[in-house]
Write a protein that binds this ligand. Structure first.
Ligand code: PAF
Length: 282
């Protein structure tokens, strides 16, 4: 696996690959890689002849008071894992490579509506930062396919909408969430949890499953289910931002005759904000 730090080097490698008819799968990440990321690489290897992974802790998607400075940065371990997973190229740019003119007066990509819902209500500007950096990375890598974890369901929906609205020519593939045996979704932020919190954190998935079971059994009183499960989260020490039942795939408010939903939750446990979701079909 090759590692490149500059846009110029990235372009040189990609130009050569394209000349030789290679197809490119792209996995954008913020590093501190876990089995969920490696699963994206594995799927990428099936989807194209070359897999490019980027690691960039993107400042524009963190709000004031969020964990940008503390976000775990483990480039050497990440490169080792990517080598073992047989990724072909790691793009590891410094901020000045991606934001050469700084952040002042930066042009942004905004996906209105979707970006202000759910997590967007609690993290204003977050999805604008995500859409902007992902658009820039797509412009640089020009992948045939890009892979994202379904754990960040709203992020995936925002990116799909951006790709459709801006006529970008690539497939966006969502890859199912990888979980610990307890059900806890793998996340780079799980490292902030104490052992005791980690144990309690598994309740997040259990509450999503409980809501899913109610939907499968025919309950359609969505608001009541949301309130019940938010209370259940509180009872084990979570501070929920939201617990929401939405329509698949656009995250609209569901009707009573819906056949597919996604149940989403975001909640703080101690200092750690966790998100998760569960897709339910009948
Ligand atoms: O999901 C992430 O790790 C980030 O939001 C992404 C897509 C790499 C953009 O910075």
């Amino acid at each position: 696996m090759q590692t490149v730090n500059s846009v110029a080097e990235l372009r040189t490698v990609l130009r050569d690959w394209r000349k030789h008819g290679e197809t490119i799968a792209f996995v954008p990440t913020m590093g501190n890689l876990h089995a969920g990321h490696l699963r994206l690489v594995e799927e990428g290897r099936k989807a194209a002849t070359r897999v490019v992974v980027s690691i960039f802790v993107n400042p524009t998607q963190f709000g004031p008071g969020e964990d940008f400075a503390a976000y775990p940065r483990t480039p050497a371990e990440d490169a080792e894992k990517l080598r073992a997973a047989q990724a072909d190229l790691l793009f590891l740019p410094a901020p000045a490579e991606l934001y050469p003119a700084g952040l002042e007066g930066l042009s942004y990509v905004d996906v209105p509506g979707l970006s202000e819902e759910l997590c967007g209500r609690f993290r204003p500007g977050h999805f604008r930062g995500v859409a902007t950096v992902v658009c820039k990375l797509f412009n640089l890598v020009q992948p045939d396919v890009a892979l994202f974890g379904e754990k960040d369901y709203q992020q995936l929906a925002v990116i799909r909408r951006m790709v459709a609205d801006l006529n970008m020519s690539l497939d966006v593939v969502g890859v199912p969430t990888v979980r610990e045996e307890s059900g806890l979704a793998l996340s780079s932020r799980n490292g902030y949890l104490s052992e005791e919190e980690k144990h309690r954190a598994a309740s997040l998935y259990r509450c999503l499953q409980a809501a899913g079971e109610f939907l499968r059994r025919g309950r359609r009183d969505y608001a009541a289910i949301e309130t019940e499960q938010a209370r259940a989260l509180e009872s084990v020490g979570f501070l929920p931002d939201y617990f929401a039942i939405r329509r698949v795939p656009d995250l609209g408010l569901p009707d009573t005759d819906e056949q597919a939903w996604v149940v989403l939750a975001a909640a703080k446990l101690g200092k750690t904000r966790l998100i998760d979701n569960l897709q339910v079909r009948i």
